[in-house]
Write a protein that binds this ligand. Structure first.
Ligand SMILES: Cc1cc2nc3c(=O)[nH]c(=O)nc-3n(C[C@H](O)[C@H](O)[C@H](O)COP(=O)(O)OP(=O)(O)OC[C@H]3O[C@@H](n4cnc5c(N)ncnc54)[C@H](O)[C@@H]3O)c2cc1C
Ligand code: FES
Length: 261
């Protein structure tokens, strides 16, 4: 294994200064840290492991890279407070430090010309970086329970050609799930790939519809992780061809047919 920070390293570990922390919606935060090597190396779909330096946190917390500014050397994340670690993260003020290990895992394939991005919940965060990296070639379809959850539309507006929205209660966009609108978009559109991240039930539905329309589909999986480096097996999954793979190292992005039967 090539060690982080060694001369051949593609992964780095460092204490990073918090540059900004902003609450975007109830319990959802936008965090920007100064981590120049990670900013230069991170590809869309990769993630980092954050270690909170205060308190007694031994395990790191995985978060997807939402944006990078390689000139400023900054990396941004969007995360929801769900437990002790993310609560402590949300208390960090500009100037304080957090330890960052990354970039980790395999990101999205960048070979396509006209992606349709489909996201739900915090799964939209790594898709933001993917939309930026695709330089305006993608459209996005996002789903949420209500309009309040879809503050994401403003973030994707400048990065994509079109933003399509579904809400469970019909308070914004089409009433229903992303999978309600997806078939119509794939029939009308000129997409060459579907890229998805969000709740597993949504991704399974999206992958099935993409397959029915003859399109490749890439899915970004979320599993509980410990090391994040492929060394501990805690994120192992069975692939459809009977292999064992590690989400942290072989993923988190996989071709849909490799992980969903
Ligand atoms: C590759 C990857 C990328 C992720 N990206 C994002 C993101 O961009 N934004 C976001 O809001 N969330 C993201 N998550 C989920 C995020 O890691 C968890 O919400 C977070 O670790 C919860 O920590 P906690 O201490 O607040 O919660 P607790 O439930 O108190 O955590 C207890 C332990 O379980 C682990 N854990 C809990 N939930 C998860 C989970 N879903 N995945 C992995 N480990 C977990 C924690 O690391 C911790 O060790 C991602 C997860 C993975 C695997
Ligand atoms: S988290 Fe240790 S192998 Fe994936």
């Amino acid at each position: 294994m090539i060690l982080p920070n060694s001369p051949e390293a593609t992964k780095f570990v460092q204490d990073a200064k918090v540059l900004a922390q902003q609450e975007l919606a109830t319990d959802v935060f936008f965090l920007v840290v100064e981590a120049p090597k990670i900013a230069r190396a991170a590809k869309a779909g990769q993630f980092v492991q954050l270690r909170i330096l205060s308190g007694d946190f031994t395990l790191r917390r995985p978060v997807g890279v939402a944006a990078v500014d390689s000139k400023k050397g900054s990396v941004a994340f969007i995360y929801r407070v769900v437990g002790r670690g993310t609560k402590a993260l949300s208390a960090l003020m500009p100037g304080e430090m957090v330890n960052v290990l990354g970039p980790l895992g395999h990101g999205f394939t960048m070979k396509y010309q006209r992606p349709l991005i489909v996201g739900g919940g915090m799964g939209l965060s790594p898709l933001l970086y993917y939309a930026d990296a695709m330089k305006g070639k993608a459209d996005v379809l996002m789903g949420g329970k209500t309009a309040e959850e879809l503050f994401w539309t403003n973030l994707f507006d400048d990065l994509t050609q079109e933003v399509f929205v579904t809400t469970d209660d019909g308070s914004m966009g089409t009433k229903g799930f992303t999978t309600t609108l997806l078939p119509e978009l794939l029939e009308k559109g000129d997409y060459d790939v579907v890229v998805t991240c969000g709740p597993e039930i949504m991704m399974r539905g999206v992958a099935k519809i993409a397959k029915e329309h003859g399109l490749p589909c890439e899915v970004s999986l979320e599993k509980r992780m410990a090391c994040g480096l492929g060394a501990c097996l805690s994120c192992s999954i069975d692939t459809t061809d009977g292999q064992r793979k590690k989400v942290c190292k072989d993923g988190p992005v996989f071709p849909a047919e490799e992980v969903f039967a």
